[in-house]
Ligand binder design. Structure first.
Ligand SMILES: CC(C)(COP(=O)(O)OP(=O)(O)OC[C@H]1O[C@@H](n2cnc3c(N)ncnc32)[C@H](O)[C@@H]1OP(=O)(O)O)[C@@H](O)C(=O)NCCC(=O)NCCS
Length: 172
C-alpha cells in the first residue's frame, strides 16, 4: 500500500470488479488506451483482477487501485510493468471520467515513479501515450519525464492506426 497527500494506492480485490467495469466501461476512458475493450464485457474485470496478485508476486506488473483517502472512493488504476532483465518499468494509468481534471493521476503517477526507482529499484521508467491524448501527455511532462520520440502508427485501436509518443526518465 502506498500513500500520497490525497490518495491511497492499494492492491485491487474482487469487490472492485463492479466499479472497474463501470468506470473503464466509459468509451472515453477506453478510447486512448491500448487494452481496455469497449463495450466492456461482463467477467473481464474479475479475470483481470484475479491475475494481478500473481503478476505482482512474480515481479511482472505492479497494479494499484487509486483510492481517495478521504472516503475510500475508487478513482482509477496505476501500474508499473517490469522488465527485470533491462531494469525498466512501463507506467500506465486510467481514471474514471467523473474524477478527471483534479490532478489525481499526476499525484498517483509521481508516487509510482518513486516506487519504481525506490522500492523496486529499476533504472528507467517510461510511458506511452497516443499523440491525441493531451491529458496523458501533460501528466508525463508534469511528473518529470522527457519526450523521447514518436512511434508512427505504432498501434491499432478500433481499426485505426495511431501515433504514439514515448516519454521517459532514468533514476536520478
Ligand atoms: C490520462 C488521464 C488519466 C488524465 O487524467 P486527469 O485527471 O486529466 O489528470 P490530471 O488532472 O492529473 O492532469 C491532467 C493534465 O492534463 C491537462 N489536460 C487535460 N485535458 C487536456 C487537453 N484536452 N488538452 C491539453 N491539456 C489537457 C490538464 O489541464 C492537466 O494539466 P495541468 O495540471 O497542467 O493543468 C485521463 O484522461 C484518463 O483516464 N484517460 C483515459 C485513459 C488514458 O488515456 N490513459 C492513459 C493511457 S497512456
Amino acid at each position: 500500500m502506498l500513500e500520497t497527500e490525497r490518495l491511497i494506492l492499494r492492491p485491487l480485490g474482487g469487490s472492485d470488479a463492479k466499479t472497474v467495469q463501470e468506470l473503464a466501461g466509459d468509451r472515453e476512458v477506453a478510447r486512448t488506451t491500448l487494452h481496455i475493450p469497449h463495450p466492456y464485457p461482463d467477467g473481464v474485470a474479475q479475470n483481470w483482477i484475479a491475475g494481478l496478485g500473481p503478476a505482482a508476486a512474480a515481479g511482472r506488473v505492479h497494479t494499484f487501485a487509486v483510492v481517495r483517502k478521504a472516503d475510500g472512493l475508487f478513482l482509477g488504476v496505476v501500474s508499473l510493468a517490469i522488465d527485470k532483465e533491462q531494469s525498466r518499468a512501463e507506467l500506465a494509468y486510467w481514471l474514471g471520467r467523473p474524477y478527471w481534471g483534479q490532478g489525481f493521476i499526476t499525484e498517483a503517477a509521481r508516487r509510482m515513479v518513486a516506487y519504481g526507482f525506490g522500492e523496486l529499484g529499476v533504472h528507467r521508467v517510461y510511458a506511452y501515450a497516443m499523440t491525441k491524448n493531451a491529458a496523458s501527455t501533460r501528466v508525463m511532462q508534469k511528473i518529470g519525464m522527457a519526450y523521447e520520440g514518436r512511434l508512427v502508427q505504432h498501434i491499432r485501436k478500433w481499426d485505426q492506426y495511431e501515433d504514439v509518443d514515448v516519454y521517459g526518465m532514468v533514476k536520478p
